[in-house]
Design a protein around this ligand. Sequence first.
Ligand SMILES: [Zn+2]
Ligand SMILES: [Zn+2]
Length: 395
Amino acid sequence: MELKERVLENRLTLNGSEKNAKVFLRIDPFTEFPSYISEERARRKMFVLRTQVQYEKNCDFCNPYFNTPEPRKHHEGGAVSVPNYFPWSMGQFVTIYPPFKENGNDAPVLHRLFPSELEQKDLTSMIEALWDLANYSYFLGAEAYLFFTNWGPLAGASRQHPHSQFTMLDYVSPLSLLKIEVDLARRYYLNTGKNIYDEYVRMEEENGARRIFSNENVYIGAPFAPKFSDEILIISKKPVSSILELEVREDRLSVMQPAWGIFPFLYFYRSVMNFNMVFHNAPISEIKNSSIHPSKYYRMHIHIYPRKNGLPVDIAGAELGALCSVPSKLPEETAHYARLWYSSPYPSEEYLPKKQVIIEGKPTEVVDEELLDQFRMCMRAMPQRKFYHVDDNTE
Ligand SMILES: [Zn+2]
Ligand SMILES: [Zn+2]
């Protein structure tokens, strides 16, 4: 397997001064979509810095037993899935995570607002909901399904209450992303006899530059050719193509739980307030119809796509018109800071991003006191954090 990269050099002059702009053109090995990584773009002036978030006064999801449609599915871990009241396709569920309001109690529910507040048990709820709903789709004979979490308004979430969505997919277009991944992986297997995901993980572990954390169950890294800055890729090292093959609860949790550190890392070190998290599982039709079981060539995996805080829209002409992506951060840099987070039981305040203010007419970087307070509060919940701290995972 070959990771394809070309370094493009742009010579520009402005008022007689020359600048050399470097762009890394990389091809995603799983889809062959191009990614133009241009660190120059990070230097553009941005107008929106941090999204303001606040508790909704009357959040429907705080009291799902009154406010959401039936029938409901209850999952291990406490989450509840209800049919989507505003569906865009057949077989759609919204999975809502606790805490919930008790019946008749009017006190506000302090649910999570920031990615850093996602708890370990939320990830249990997430993976157990996926397990239940994937089995339900299989039972109903759906072609494929997609499970995702949208966090924050710039990621398309209409509610700040933590929730995920599950949708059964009509699986006909050869240009659906899942289909592109599966077809490419099958072709790679037929040509080489190897699983492209396993190959990728082996090479990335050996190289080390983009690896964040890995053990015998899961690989977590910054992808070689990301779509978005600070993107994360989580690949199951258990030899399964979908959650349906992880019949033992402990196995499901062992793939999911190490991802927990990613959310506070993204928030505190990378200022990520908005993200999409997408679970890719081999389509049910592939499991039923392919002459080779997809576990031979495909792997269950998760994409985390941070959405830009600096612009209201981060998918524009290039992305829509050419299906290429233009992130402004190298994955090697993302992985470097993520390893700092993962490798220490007490992540350091030193890497918190500074806030820009104007002092005497000059833009000046100062400590973001609000962020620092949140960080210290999160660190005080330390005993919980031990779960994903690993001593051997240092730089
Ligand atoms: Zn709520
Ligand atoms: Zn994928």
